[in-house]
Ligand binder design. Structure first.
Ligand SMILES: Nc1ncnc2c1ncn2[C@@H]1O[C@H](COP(=O)(O)OP(=O)(O)OP(=O)(O)O)[C@@H](O)[C@H]1O
Ligand SMILES: [Mg+2]
Length: 143
């Protein structure tokens, strides 16, 4: 796959950066001439992944979140969200709808939302080392 463009961002795991990450992903995706709906789906999915890195990954600590964005020929946009936080013990279980480790505070729907707004979601995680969530979305545009 031919890369058309790429961008890497790193920011501290603070909730103010959820909005920043969402806007940055939308600005990067704009190069592919997306529809309003594609842009909105991407913003939502990136937001869920970044929020997870901040609230779960760095639950007890501070750290950095990395956003790696690549646009490929053919319209594939890949956004990788990485943290070096606590990691996930059981990724399969974590991806189940309504599964949450946050008690009554959260609904456990973040991964479900990412899956429904992207074409593919890949999760790699090592307990104690961190998590990488890769969101693949085809930007078809108006054509
Ligand atoms: N980056 C991460 N680091 C550590 N644990 C994570 C990470 N992302 C997700 N998890 C774990 O996976 C669970 C499910 O995540 P998901 O986003 O689906 O739901 P949630 O964040 O609990 O609730 P919601 O997203 O609806 O507010 C989380 O409760 C958490 O235990
Ligand atoms: Mg979540």
């Amino acid at each position: 796959m031919n890369k058309l463009n790429s961008c890497k961002l790193q920011f501290p795991a603070r909730s103010v950066n959820e909005g920043f990450a969402r806007a940055a992903a939308a600005a990067f995706a704009a190069l592919a001439d997306p529809t309003v709906e594609e842009l909105s789906d991407l913003r939502t999915a990136v937001s869920e992944a970044v929020t997870n890195a901040i609230v779960h990954g760095y639950r007890e600590t501070n750290g950095a979140v990395t956003l790696d964005m690549t646009l490929y020929e053919g319209g594939l946009l890949r956004v990788k969200v990485r943290d070096k936080g606590v990691g996930i013990e059981d990724v399969e279980k974590a991806r189940e709808p309504l599964f949450t480790t946050a008690g009554g505070e959260r609904s456990g729907l973040g991964f479900t939302v990412m899956e429904s707004f992207c074409d593919r979601v890949t999760v790699r995680s090592v307990p104690g080392r961190g998590t990488a969530v890769t969101l693949d979305k085809y930007i078809k545009g108006k054509a």
